[in-house]
Design a protein around this ligand. Structure first.
Ligand code: ZN
Length: 446
């Protein structure tokens, strides 16, 4: 792939360019963290507007009431303020301090009530008494507050003033889409959800990482076309699939990104089929990287991979995470904050995804043009590259490639079978191709 970087006068854009660092990724997470997002509303718009500074994405608005398969785009939710005041007028719960305090998508409310009436509307996590839980009520028209259990315990019998200054009105569901056109119409889908309020790992980490990958690919000559979606979870991916049916047939590979900023090892959840090219590539890239990782089989829950992998589509989309959702104690609480995500982890996730993309780009099927016996490498000057003062490839890789390039094995297959790194095999193939000993058969998976 050509390493061309788009010229830009925007410093931030350059920072998120070819070599996004952990500090770049972390500062984007930091900037997005305070915004109160939901599946619809201005929080998503504000988030996408920030991403658009570095990724020239298109922002789509799908009207309330739009039928998308078995779902309907809901009314748009926006919130200005919310609190619970005691009889002295003190805010005992204050949305301005944390947007997690309000059950996301709560209907508006303004009432005075006793503690007994208020209790059923309060949510806490007794196990972690200092954390505010994250709760939603997208499709059930109610309201509620979330608070630290320790704070809820302190509430005394009193008359409380309860206010959720929110609106639920006809509006839109907003999502961002960025396409990098490639040499072919075959596509790689890279999707992350943008609907969670102030939580960093789930999922600002993946939003920042995917935006950086998008920036890296922007303007480059790629073999595949790359489609990035920054969408509200579930309803967003269902809406996109429903409104873009004709495009789904071009998707050859895909990754959902989530929880990419914690200190745990990378976990990859395979596609529904379990043996797609993307599954094999991710496993090889992670194994070549040398750090511990874990491969997980597909399950029909989790993130939007379950929509892309629903039986009607069965798209080869896996899910890349560090610690999977629900398996870290900070999950869906106020502890999933700026202390929980680490610049190093963000950068590591970014690098791995870039390597996955690079591998997808160059994984090809070649055919040995001299398959009867070994071709004479010496008379072609190939040994100079293999055993000269600065060898660029190793001899064993050359022989693996020559032997297995029978038109039925991709470079990935050869790397897996030889046990060599993909990069080693690729270097040998490039050399042999340059000397006319390989001819490219197809760019497609076998
Ligand atoms: Zn979540």
């Amino acid at each position: 792939m050509e390493k061309t970087e788009i010229a830009s006068t925007e410093t931030r854009s350059r920072n998120l360019g070819t070599n996004a660092t952990g500090a770049d990724l972390y500062s984007l997470v930091e900037r997005l963290y305070p915004i109160c997002r939901s599946i619809t509303g201005n929080g998503v718009r504000e988030t996408l507007a920030i991403l658009k500074e570095s990724v020239p994405m298109e922002i789509h608005e799908v009207p309330t009431g739009t039928e998308v398969f078995d779902w309907t785009v809901p009314k748009e939710w926006n919130i200005r303020d919310a609190y619970i005041k005691d009889s002295s007028g003190r805010r005992v719960v204050d949305f301005r301090k944390s947007n997690l305090h309000v059950v996301n998508y709560s209907v508006p409310v303004r009432k005075k009530m006793s503690l007994r009436e208020l209790r059923p509307h309060l949510h806490t996590v007794p196990r972690y008494p200092d954390r505010i839980p994250y709760r939603t009520t997208y499709y059930n028209r109610t309201w509620g507050f979330c608070m630290a259990h320790a704070e809820a315990e302190k509430l005394r019998d009193d008359t409380y003033e309860v206010c959720i200054d929110a609106s639920l009105e006809d509006g839109h569901l907003t999502y961002g889409e960025f396409v990098v056109p490639g040499e072919t119409r075959e596509e790689v889908l890279l999707s992350s959800h943008v609907c969670h309020p102030s939580m960093c790992n789930d999922n600002l980490s993946a939003v920042a990482v995917m935006a950086a990958v998008a920036r890296r690919l922007a303007g480059r000559k790629c073999r595949y076309s790359y489609r990035f979606l920054f969408i509200p979870a579930t309803i967003g991916s269902i809406a996109w699939l429903s409104l873009n049916l004709e495009k789904t047939g071009n998707i050859r590979h895909g990754l959902v990104g989530a929880c990419l900023g914690d200190g745990g090892m990378i976990h990859y959840k395979r596609t529904r089929n379990g043996d797609a090219e993307i599954d094999r590539i991710v496993e090889k890239v992670l194994s070549d990287a040398g750090a511990p990782f874990q491969m997980l089989d597909f399950t029909p829950y989790g993130y939007d991979e379950r929509q892309y992998g629903s039986p009607g589509f069965d798209l080869p989309v896996g899910c890349i995470m560090r610690t999977p959702h629900g398996q870290f104690a900070e999950y869906h609480t106020s502890a999933d904050n700026l202390d929980f995500v680490k610049p190093d982890a963000l950068e590591d996730s970014y690098r791995r995804i870039c390597e996955i993309v690079e591998t997808l780009e160059v994984n090809r099927i070649y055919k040995n043009t001299h398959p009867f016996g070994e071709p004479h490498l010496g008379k072609r000057g190939i040994y100079e590259h293999v055993s000269g003062p600065e060898p660029t490839v190793d001899e064993h890789s050359v022989f693996w490639v020559l032997n297995l390039c029978d038109g039925r094995h991709s470079l990935l297959d050869i790397a897996r079978r030889s046990g060599f790194s993909f990069k080693r095999i690729q270097a040998a193939a490039e050399l042999l191709h340059r000397y006319g000993l390989l001819t490219e058969l197809s760019g497609s998976d076998v």
